[in-house]
Ligand binder design. Sequence first.
Ligand code: ATP
Length: 301
Amino acid sequence: MNIVSLNKIEKHYQGVHALKGVNLELQQGKILGLFGHNGAGKTTTIKLILGLIKASSGEVRIFGKDPTSFRSRELRQQIGFLQENVSFYDHLTGFEVLHYFARLKKSDKKQCHQLLDQVGLNHAAKRRVKTYSKGMRQRLGLAQALLGKPKLLLLDEPTVGLDPIATQDFYKRIEQLKQQGCTIILCSHVLPGVEKYIDSAVIMGEGHLLAEGNLDDLRQKAELPVRLQLQGDIALPDNLAEKAYWNEQGLTLKVAMKEKMAVLRQVLSLPNLTNVDQYLPTLEDLYNHFSASTPAPRENS
Ligand code: ATP
């Protein structure tokens, strides 16, 4: 079942054409990474999914329903949202903040202690938020997003301010939620951090959806080369020498994806080869590739 479905979405703000023909479908239990430069249209997409704004044209469906309809309250109870640069009422304690949001969302208040425990904030539950560090505020934001056991979770820059251990804990939690059937959208500019956790990626630019798919699909579409890093006292035959260059790690071959297996077989038969490492294009490589293809702005956009 599609949890999120955007069909031919156009969004105009006054004088700004923010989304241009965006189509997107996300199935239950999947984690989608939403990427793009500043102003690409990510937040606008999230606001449409949350039902905070209406599309100028096109159709938005969340759990098969219009999130802006008057009956969308129930829908929103199934959605968790962590916005970028989260801020809270500084004079309330962490527990009071969470309790307040639980009341707003009509979710079980007993969950508050459990959630504070999960994000590692139980020890500071009775402290005012103004005494919290940036990372602690972010953890409180995560706890707030998880109130009511959401079926759809939208997280904008969720790991900003978290230390490396807290970041790992966060992603472990995300994986658990996925196992429980939760559908998740992650927006982040920290591409290496999210790469191994997402099922698919959407790359946006200038309001367009530039590319979409899992990393393998995107690698096929981008046709970026694979790097093979060779070690040993090797003499390369001419057909491999023309693909080779030296870098700080040693001798490297840049090989088209479709030639990879043939080249690997040839490399493995070379005398004196002691090691081969393979480097596939990363999410960052793919992002750079597709972002470079951003369509030129139109005069009326
Ligand atoms: P960032 O990574 O900086 O958060 P983003 O990809 O989330 O960027 P959006 O916030 O969706 O981008 O903005 C898309 C475009 O729409 C930008 O040109 C932005 O200036 C414009 N925009 C967003 N909100 C409004 C608004 N309320 N009124 C006018 N223009 C807006």
